[in-house]
Ligand binder design. Sequence first.
Ligand code: I6G
Length: 725
Amino acid sequence: MTAKIQGAQAPASAPAGALPATAAPAATAARVQWLRDELERHNYQYYVLDAPTIPDAEYDALFGELQALETEHPDLLTDESPTQRVGGAPLSAFDTVRHRVPMLSLNNGFDDEDVIGFDRRCAQGLGRTAAAAPAEDLFSAAEVADSAVEYACELKFDGLAMSLRYEDGKLVQAATRGDGETGEDVTVNVRTIKAIPLKLRGKAPAVLEVRGEVFMYRAEFDKLNERQAEAGEKTFVNPRNAAAGSLRQLDPRITARRPLSFFAYGIGELQGAERPPTHSVMLDGFATLGLPVCGERQVVKGAQGLLSFYREIGARRDQLPYDIDGVVYKVNAVPEQEQLGFVSRAPRFALAHKFPAQEMTTVVEDIEVQVGRTGAITPVARLAPVFVGGVTVTNATLHNEDEIRRKDVHVGDTVIVRRAGDVIPEVVAVVLERRPEGARAFVMPTACPVCGSHIERLEGEAIARCTGGLICAAQRKQALLHFAQRRAMDIEGLGDKVVEQLVDQGIVHTPADLYKLGVAKLAALDRMADKSATNLLAAIEASRETTMNRFIFALGIRHVGEATAKDLAKHFGKLDNLMAADEAALLEVNDVGPVVAQSIAGFLAEPHNVEVIEQLRAAGVHWPETEPMARAPLPLAGKTFVLTGTLPTMSREDAKERLEAAGAKVAGSVSKKTDYVVAGAEAGSKLERAQALGVPVLDEDGMLALLAEVAQMEQQGGAEPENAQ
Ligand code: I6G
């Protein structure tokens, strides 16, 4: 909840945070009520208006104060208090709930024709005549007929349908959809979801059943899986499964720790208020009552409007912060919805227009390994062809040996494959029930399949590597492709097929050999016409003039991406300065930590790498050089930190990166020389040792505050922070 601080207004008689615990009950009750209203207001700002006004730490302080007052005065405790979202005692089973108004499903559409047909049926049912234009004409028609039907368009979130029952504005029941007639009573779990108000704002109807979707934001899902993995617990396949698994916990305290969210989209039972005249007015009304509604919605006219919405959302689908599997269209006017009615339990006035599935099942026919530029061995699943995410997929990365073990992938398994946007397809999970007899476990080869060199996996590393270096043709090919890519030396025309032949025929061994090529050698390659050979040669020629950051990036040093290459070029100004730098000097470069520094120093310590650099310079590869940048040492240089336990929001790896970027060293064990221990939940012996040695202990917030403080100091000229010893 990080955002600008607006300063919460406490009641006039009680300044924020100043009320003593022993205050008179009336004043305490007022303070308790004020804290509750304030916390709910922040929830509303955050979940409904998407405009948070308070940083996490301040929210936590208000929450802590409320908890303390309620502990001291249990008579003040109510079910609606935000403190009651932490989850009570575990259940033995969920009760069954009969939905007073059934939770219907929607008819699905998959292509333009389905949408045009839907619009035509709605228009005819309402006594209007829909333009029977073919799909391609729909977008050329400049105007929409006045008689066109008006629709409310929304997203179809990939979560779990939920019915929330509010009586006199208070949440009294939450039930899953189940079979649409009966669902499960998950009230105790749903009460832990902060996005769902326990009490509606303003004037609420006597009974309001809100229908909507419980889901998980992708970023929260990733963090949850990171925490699960760090704690050695099972990770989830996708946000939908994580949301479903979290809601179906019998112990609500577990649900309370899961980052669930909610969007409202419909009404079930309603008493004591008129139904809103349109679907879009209903959605706006939800927001007024404090219920989160997705902002990605639009009112359109006719099939043309529907298809434009579909295309516009489809183009942004992968950038949305949550998973969706389609969009939903509903006739906007409620009387028109009633006029159209239902057919076999699905409304005639609504359509779910589905996007191509991003997950499908298929069979792993084999697992092979690929050798990358740095020798990294990546196991790849060869799959029975499957249409997923809009393309036919036959390969999916399995990342590394540990991932294969974690996901327990065998040859012969049926697996779920995911392909979202341009991301490389990956195997997300095995359907264990469908494992055939004789399914074969993967064994990492001990020798490189390309050069036969030994494959090694260093302790603490997830990746196994071919030790062949430049004698390995696979590594050489990848290194050349990396060198030639657009963002590096930008040699157009030097693609897979050409590199393959140049390496296999022994014509090119290192990038420097590219500058010795002539037209005749290139034109002799398979499928290389004279014209292509001349163009390629011209591209190689043009690449001689480059920039220092492109050149550094092109060298393919492990852990040196484009951003680091830029930082290095800016910092050292001249290549010779970089080549003379030791690890300590490299650590002074912006964003370079020990791992990157070690990798660069290791690369430059190899005589054959230096030789290639010299050959490239001798071949005329050049760039403008500048003066090195003068830079003060990083603010936490010389300080040693130890991380232990599970931090509430960051992985230890992230925390380590942040500290190292500020110049600190992160060590594995606590000693007298340790400056700080950063401890999270379930910190063990390291925390005890720090306490015994009197080493200062910070929690995650304390560490972030220190980092913010030193960053500010640095901007102001580099004085030591007050609490950095
Ligand atoms: O209006 C809606 C938006 C999104 C929906 C809906 C939805 O699914 C995520 N699902 C149903 C079943 C209904 N309206 C009726």
